[in-house]
Design a binder for this molecule. Structure first.
Ligand code: ZN
Ligand code: ZN
Length: 273
């Protein structure tokens, strides 16, 4: 519940993104009603070997949500999104119909996980508006089920066992980051499961570009936030600079509070993950 509480607390201080915060609070309420089964234990040695080869831990086992519970959460997510985004309500209502056919739902979940993996591990990319909204709804609905694995397995991951740009738990890309106090190491937040891990700071976290002229960042006026951009893959990474801050932040809440940076990046021609 921590992210919801952070967003509720932030609501009066962020009037300019009120609608987005209200949408995410409602989405988080729907997500909190999921009952993900506990993840299976990893066979001995599998975690260490997989991580050393750059394989996310979920590669070693099959994602096994309770499909009817996932279907229920998915249709609630679609209803919430339709209520908060009237212009797209018809599409979300139509997408909700997928929850009635569990076989179809399994298919679209498999496609979604392949399409929204880290770009280095992605099989295809979807482009239509409907596909984008479907990925949005599935990302929200799958979150509690993927995050159950993250909570169980995150202790296996540290900067010695994993120092790569994709998520060590599910293989997803990052959609938020922090520069840590001390040396300013880059900590990434997975867009799909909220795992957090450290990754190289001098490379684009999506395509691996390291040429300084291709990478840039713009800092906010108060110096707290940075928008990192890559002119090779045209993607961006929102980052909060914690080097001068005394108190810790909650990255999943920061992801929502910084929606203005997403709009700025997209209007400058960069794309989100
Ligand atoms: Zn992940
Ligand atoms: Zn790049």
């Amino acid at each position: 519940m921590e992210t919801i509480e952070q967003l509720r607390k932030a609501l009066p201080r962020y009037p300019e993104v009120r609608e987005t915060l209200e949408l995410y609070i409602a989405l988080l309420e729907a997500r909190a009603r999921a009952n993900p089964p506990p993840p299976p234990p990893l066979p001995p040695g599998v975690a260490e070997g997989g991580l050393a080869r750059g394989e996310p831990l979920l590669d070693a086992v099959t994602l096994m949500p309770d499909w009817s519970d996932l279907a229920r959460v998915f249709s609630q997510i679609c209803a919430v999104a339709a209520a908060h985004r009237p212009a797209e309500a018809d599409t979300f209502h139509a997408l909700a119909g997928m929850a009635d056919d569990l076989e179809k739902l399994r298919e679209v979940v498999a496609e979604h996980l392949a399409n929204t993996a880290h770009p280095a591990r992605r099989s295809a990319s979807a482009a239509t508006r409907e596909a984008t909204l479907l990925d949005f709804a599935l990302n929200q609905a799958l979150h509690p089920f993927l995050n159950a694995y993250t909570r169980a397995w995150q202790p296996l991951v540290n900067a010695e066992t994993w120092y790569r740009s994709w998520c060590p738990i599910c293989g997803g890309p990052a959609d938020m980051a922090a520069l840590l106090p001390g040396g300013g190491a880059r900590r990434l937040l997975c867009a799909r499961c909220d795992a957090e891990w450290q990754a190289p700071r001098g490379a684009c976290p999506f395509c691996g570009e390291t040429t300084p002229g291709r990478l840039a960042y713009t800092a906010s006026e108060d110096g707290v936030y940075r928008l990192y951009t890559c002119d090779t893959c045209r993607r961006y990474l929102k980052t909060i600079d914690l080097r001068e801050r005394a108190h810790p932040v909650h990255l999943p809440a920061e992801r929502v509070l910084t929606v203005g940076m997403d709009l700025m990046a997209i209007s400058s021609g960069y794309q989100s993950v």
